[in-house]
Design a protein around this ligand. Structure first.
Ligand code: ADP
Ligand code: MG
Length: 298
């Protein structure tokens, strides 16, 4: 491989909005035959919107529940958190900065958030996160969650003072070009997998929408690493595409890590390539670029 050809390839990448960390990355891209796609912010826009609030609390109505959850989530940068905080401020006709203060805030990456709001212990997160705190979900709520998730929506649960208090439902649209991008990846001989911390129902629905069959859902950040490693053990050379803090370790584990330019700094730092356009078709562009560059070399 001549250094000049690799440099030319790297420069061509920059023109396409594909920032390659160093010329050696193009060589590392050789032989990629599997691509693991994070869902939220990678396949989907990652700009969630709150579509409904259900309170199951005796005294707190939807508005109060949203107020507590919104205040708590103001400490997190997660797309879910941003949506909840913005919706709370909106519903209360206030600025985000005017939401109640939070004490003892803790962000549990890929799981949820906890803290004290107006002396109430509030937790917002996935089912398992509440279960870990001995908070169970009533059966009628389970039925509603299944329905919501089958429609590709994300539901997060709220607990107040250790008791189940309600559900927040969020919608996140699949990006316009994601389905076309998956088709391009297949045409290049790359087997796609959707990998997400979100629940299985939502993941499956999104996977169907973009044409991916293999789905790994409810993955914690460490499970994302294991999912990539499992493919590698099967002899695959794996590219991983992600955007979140929760994707960073998996991006580093992959043979080729690609971060969305719209993503977090932690993901970008862990990746070999940054896709400035935030468009999944850039993944196929990057693979083609690498193949073309290497074929002119040999
Ligand atoms: P993804 O893999 O889709 O990017 P994450 O790993 O970031 O998802 O999150 C996985 C799940 O953890 C979310 O679907 C949600 O249920 C829960 N979660 C993570 N962060 C938060 C938060 N700040 N507020 C509420 N729920 C959260
Ligand atoms: Mg993500």
């Amino acid at each position: 491989a001549t250094p000049t050809a690799l440099l030319v390839g790297t420069g061509r990448g920059a023109q396409l909005g594909i920032l390659i960390r160093g010329p050696e990355v193009l060589e590392a891209s050789r032989g990629i035959d599997a691509v693991v796609l994070d869902k939220t912010g990678t396949v989907t826009a990652g700009t969630m919107g709150l579509t409904a609030v259900h309170s199951a609390h005796d005294e707190l109505g939807e508005r109060e529940l949203l107020r507590l959850a919104g205040a708590l989530e103001s400490g997190s940068e997660h797309p879910i958190a941003r949506a909840v905080t913005a919706a709370a401020a909106d519903a209360l006709g206030t600025r985000i900065g005017a939401l109640p203060a939070v004490e003892d805030f803790a962000n549990h990456e890929g799981r949820g958030v906890t803290g004290l709001v107006e002396s109430r212990a509030v937790a917002v997160g996935r089912r398992a996160f509440l279960a870990e705190r001995q908070v169970g979900v009533p059966e009628d709520v389970e039925a509603m969650l299944a329905d919501v998730e089958s429609r590709g929506r994300t539901a997060v649960l709220v607990a107040v003072d250790g008791a189940f208090a309600g559900v927040l439902i969020l919608a996140d649209a699949v990006k316009d070009h994601s389905a076309a991008a998956v088709a391009e990846l297949r045409a290049l001989g790359l087997a796609p997998t959707l990998l997400t911390g979100d629940n299985a129902g939502t993941a499956r629905r999104v996977a169907e929408e973009v044409g991916v069959d293999d789905v790994v859902a409810e993955a914690l950040p460490e499970d994302k690493v294991s999912a990539v490693a499992a493919l590698q053990r099967q002899g695959r050379t794996v590219a991983m595409v992600g955007d979140g803090v929760n994707d960073a370790a998996a991006l580093a584990q992959a043979d080729l890590g690609m971060a969305m330019g719209t993503g977090t700094d932690v993901a970008i730092d862990a990746a070999d390539i940054t896709l400035m356009r935030g468009d999944l078709r850039s993944v196929a562009d990057a693979v083609r670029l690498s193949r073309r560059t290497l074929s002119t070399i040999r």
